[in-house]
Design a protein around this ligand. Structure first.
Ligand code: R5P
Length: 228
């Protein structure tokens, strides 16, 4: 559970991120508590002069954006996004991430893939030396459940089907999530590529080469990592 300090850090990072948004931008709207703060800050700027169009990365974010009066485009109908702002569950200084703690990883990956500038906002707890303490969310079509479990186990992963409020968690895309323990991950790109080969996996939460700027707040200080 996030404490007050963590919430303040999330807000500090969110405020730093929206400074990158320009008038008339198409903005990829992430999912999760930190992205939510950024979306609310954007909406405040829109009360003055900023005009943007959002592209939501989940049904929850879509509802939030509508409630704030942010005009939206449908993700599946968009060819390019100027800038996206999203959170992360873990990141390394090599710009590798684990995402999907909220189950929105597939649409978040498409948003990041379409975006010209990808900004990740986090509190100070998300920086790690190696990914993997946070279990890798893997979104699986129910028809491929047992097949995918076998294939993940061949990769030495230990998948656990996600349950929320005593019920199997179902994603916005009507799939399951398997939170998978791979131990600490030495080569995220290799594991990402191996998972990409498995039929039945819609997406996994390892994000490689999908981030340009990471804004991490620690206390009220921002550390920004820019990919060169
Ligand atoms: O599916 C959820 C997303 O990947 C989130 O961006 C991620 O879980 C981080 O969320 P939060 O900002 O709430 O820590």
């Amino acid at each position: 559970m996030a404490n007050d300090n963590q919430n303040l850090e999330k807000l500090t990072a969110a405020k730093a991120a929206i400074a990158f948004v320009k008038h008339n931008d198409v903005v990829g709207l992430g999912t999760g508590s930190t992205a939510t703060l950024a979306i609310k800050e954007l909406a405040k700027l829109m009360e003055n002069s900023l005009k943007i169009t959002g592209v939501p990365s989940s049904e929850a974010t879509k509802e939030l954006a509508i409630s704030l009066g942010i005009p939206l485009l449908e993700l599946g109908k968009v060819n390019a996004i100027d800038i996206s702002i999203d959170g992360a569950d873990e990141f390394t200084e090599q710009f590798n991430l684990i995402k999907g703690g909220g189950g929105a990883l597939f649409r978040e990956k498409i948003v990041a893939s379409l975006s010209k500038k990808r900004i990740v906002v986090t509190d100070g707890s998300k920086l790690v030396e190696k990914l993997g303490a946070f279990k890798v969310p893997i979104e699986v079509n129910p028809n491929a459940e047992n097949y995918v479990i076998l294939k993940i186990e061949e990769l030495k992963g230990k998948p656990v089907k996600r349950v929320k409020n005593d019920e199997v968690f179902i994603t916005d895309n009507q799939n399951y999530i398997f939170d998978t323990d791979f131990g600490l991950i030495n080569d995220p790109e290799k594991l990402a590529n191996e998972l990409n080969q498995i039929d039945g996996i819609l997406a996994h939460g390892i994000f490689v080469n999908l981030t340009d700027i990471i804004l991490m707040a620690k206390g009220n200080q921002i550390t920004s990592y820019h990919k060169v």
